[in-house]
Design a protein around this ligand. Sequence first.
Ligand SMILES: Nc1ncnc2c1ncn2[C@@H]1O[C@H](COP(=O)(O)OP(=O)(O)OP(=O)(O)O)[C@@H](O)[C@H]1O
Length: 231
Amino acid sequence: MLTAKNLTKKYGDYIALHNLNLTIEAGEIFALLGQNGAGKTTTINCFLGFIEPSSGQANIDNISVTQNTAETKKYLAYIPETVMLYGNLTGIENLEFFSQLAGFRYSREELSGFLSKAGLQTTAHSQRVGGYSKGMRQKVGIAIAIAKKAKVLLLDEPTSGLDPKASNEFSEILKELSLRGTAILMATHDIFRAKEVAHRIGIMKEGHLVSVIDSRDISATELEQLYLQTV
Ligand SMILES: Nc1ncnc2c1ncn2[C@@H]1O[C@H](COP(=O)(O)OP(=O)(O)OP(=O)(O)O)[C@@H](O)[C@H]1O
């Protein structure tokens, strides 16, 4: 579903991403770990079409992001560290706006249903997003992904700053989406969460993907050790 082939991004002489080769299948959750500046966001931005690779390819469902950004965007949903929403609109109104941008029209009941699926309490649906907590905003981001019927979900440090309960709820929703066939690529600094939620975990260092581990083969403590030895 998501493929990087020798994906490389240079800024002048500096190589931010070095020959990345990676495939993430439908239904797979892949977590990217790595220190600040390791190349995680660069990888995600190449798949989003936000930056153009210097060489190599980022493909979604075998479609090149560079050549068909408008097409690949239809498959994607993106959840950054803080989901950008309109603070003076309600959760439902935000969801309606962003699903219409993606070409979908839903009834109020359907929109409310998506927000509930994303774990947002019913009482909040008609409240202005300006008063939402960070975790509630992230859930609207998930609801947008569900409403868009996104086949691929790209997340950049989505649980950063969430309390453990909100972070746990968020992870459970990611697992549900994966069971429905969504391919998920998540950059994170949360080793424990990566171990809990991901099927595979990659560790990046200075633009290189240096290790890829099956999360079943490693405990959280061992993963932390491997991370510390790697970076
Ligand atoms: N527009 C740019 N111009 C020059 N260098 C850049 C640019 N964008 C990113 N870089 C560099 O590319 C490298 C990789 O950055 P990237 O944002 O991908 O790291 P990251 O792993 O996501 O880090 P973090 O955990 O801090 O988010 C960094 O050294 C960064 O300074």
